[in-house]
Write a protein that binds this ligand. Structure first.
Ligand SMILES: Cc1c2[nH]c(c1CCC(=O)O)Cc1[nH]c(c(CCC(=O)O)c1C)Cc1[nH]c(c(CCC(=O)O)c1C)Cc1[nH]c(c(C)c1CCC(=O)O)C2
Length: 346
């Protein structure tokens, strides 16, 4: 199926675009009242994610209601641990929790490499329904957590300020850590390939806890596995977003990926200098800028676009949109990108 709007894919590949494409990390299922209505019709996040018709419905909402240039499949990065044999719960207002965690080699024996097709069939089905319903309007983004971030949840059992259990394992039992990271990496490759076969047009890796590692550990326990995933995914463009990994930008330029996500602490011109011209950059407005007035949102968005210039860029926030942001402010951000970047690129 030919896409009617393929700006995101062209920008990712470094081809010419009439204007800068724009979407928001975590646009599906956070800020829209229309999402909450669907969410309240089921028992919780997990049931919603596991009901393909509803997952597809909330995937498409931001395209209809906000005018973004891409849809991102409604799911979570934690479906991979579950498919490997470590189920999670979503605790209302608190976040994910794993009743069982990985602490020893014996715990690894209970895990398997996910095949991505059968054990995550509900995501694959949701992608197929979403593609049909999108009918080529915009590309569909598939995604997964980066191995280090998934590892951190599997060892820690929940989010954490310090991730000291998962970071301790890197010092105390690096072989065990590497064995688990290997299993996650293989599962992620299988899963992303299944998403692509089902219709995902581009895929993004979220390394949300990149910033908690020192540079040497980041290279050894995260980038190494991200690099393997980038090498394995040859079918569609790949985006790597590593929150807080400012120290790794030069290393990341060597990844076999098309796009690198910037968080809002990373200087735009400095990032371009460190990464070079060979990658598209994605980001990076401060998510909190959307708490400002309409004219402040507009001004901040224009400042961001001026700094990225007319080079390879996909507009986004520097992390996921915050749940209490007014969708009208998101529209100001999106419309400003569309109008102002058209002028810049004319
Ligand atoms: C770290 C991480 C997680 N999940 C994800 C990340 C990486 C991105 C990031 O750094 O923010 C990624 C994610 N999670 C979700 C998506 C859906 C698609 C999208 O909108 O981008 C995506 C891309 C749905 C979700 N994932 C979750 C919800 C809220 C659950 C609900 O509706 O009750 C949704 C819509 C729950 C979740 N899932 C996770 C947490 C910490 C939480 C609780 C807090 C929160 O809402 O973010 C783990």
């Amino acid at each position: 199926m030919q896409l009617k709007n393929d700006l995101l894919l062209r920008a990712a590949r470094g081809e010419k675009v009439e204007r800068t494409p724009v979407w928001l990390m975590r646009q599906a299922g956070r800020i829209l009242p229309e999402y909450r209505a669907v969410r309240n019709s089921v028992s919780g996040f997990i049931e919603l994610a596991q009901t393909p018709a509803l997952a597809a419905e909330v995937t498409i909402q931001p395209v209809d209601l906000l005018g973004v240039d891409a849809a991102i499949i409604f799911s979570d990065i934690l479906v991979i641990p579950e498919a490997m044999g470590l189920p999670y719960e979503m605790i209302e207002k608190r976040g994910p929790r794993f009743p069982n965690t990985v602490a020893s080699a014996a715990d690894l024996k209970n895990l398997r490499v996910a095949d991505g097709v059968n054990d995550l069939s509900y995501v694959i089905e949701a992608i197929k329904i979403s593609k049909k319903a999108l009918n080529g309007r915009v590309p569909l983004i598939g995604f997964a957590g980066a191995p280090w971030t998934i590892f951190a949840y599997m060892v820690e059992g929940s989010g954490s300020k310090t991730f000291s259990k998962s970071r301790a394992m890197l010092y105390q039992d690096p072989e065990l850590a590497e064995e688990l990271l290997e299993m996650i990496t293989q599962s992620t490759i299988n899963y992303l390939k299944a998403q692509i076969a089902a219709g995902a047009d581009i895929v993004q890796l979220f390394d949300s806890w990149a910033g908690i590692l020192p540079p040497d550990h980041y290279k050894k326990f995260s980038l190494k596995y991200i690099s393997r995933i980038c090498d394995a995914i040859t079918e569609v463009p790949v985006t790597v977003f590593a929150k807080g990994a400012f120290f790794a930008r030069e290393e990341m330029a060597k990844l076999n990926c098309e796009t690198i996500g910037l968080d809002w602490n990373m200087g735009i011109q400095e990032s371009r200098r460190l990464i070079g011209e060979g990658k598209t950059l994605q980001g990076n407005l401060d998510p909190a800028a959307l708490y400002g007035s309409d004219s402040e949102v507009e001004a901040a968005t224009k400042r961001m676009l001026d700094q990225f210039g007319t080079g390879r860029h996909i507009a986004n926030l520097g992390h996921g949109v915050y749940p209490d942001i007014n969708p009208e402010k998101v529209k100001v951000f999106i419309n400003t990108v569309k109008e102002y970047s058209s002028k810049l690129r004319a």
